[in-house]
Design a protein around this ligand. Sequence first.
Ligand code: 3NM
Length: 233
Amino acid sequence: NALYRMSDEDVKTRKNWHMTFNREQLGVYFICGTQDFKETDNSETAALRCIEMALQAGITMFQLREKGVGSLKGAAKVSFAKKVQELCETYQVPFIMNDDMDLAEELDADGVHIGQDDDPIELVRQRFPNKIIGLSIHSPEEYADSQVELADYIGVGPVYGTQSKGDAKAPIGPEGIQAVRNVDAEIPIVAIGGITVETTATIREHGADGVSIISAITKANDVAKVVKGFKKF
Ligand code: 3NM
């Protein structure tokens, strides 16, 4: 089973995949799943309502991360994912699937996001030559050990402490974003972890193209206002 390898020319020009990807789409990258609404009566309804408000207010990318305690499985997950995908299509925002490569294929998602412990990126790129692929990176060392040239963008973090990921690593601060930017001036970077409207300017000044956010949006009293706050940068 030969691994997918891009030609040097493809690597240089970053062509032949992600035809619809551009780094501006990382600007306000909302991530969530029903588990992020578990304090509500009906987490699926609450999630769909929040996602639609966020799309309406102008998020630039969406990732379905149906994962962890209380997340949907099996047919319920598939059915929920289809509803979210339809919303994203309505607002013409890329629909990215976290981790679940089979569901990404079944739904023909616009892209996938993988962590260091998920399927290896060589196999993911081989399977999805034309989808957007995001890869999580936590340090310059992990950057050096990963085939980042097969990714369209990298997610770097956690910048700050987070309640949204049980097994999150220690916060790296805005300096951690800068450290990865310093080893690659070009790669599209989206920062993640505990990010709020107030910290977005600093994070962008440290080399991120944009911010990815769960709780600042899912827990917002006024989703539209928060999303518009993130869009000012
Ligand atoms: N990944 P919030 S931190 C999904 O460091 C995720 O790779 C992280 O949620 C990483 O905006 C994180 O609520 C959670 O902090 C982000």
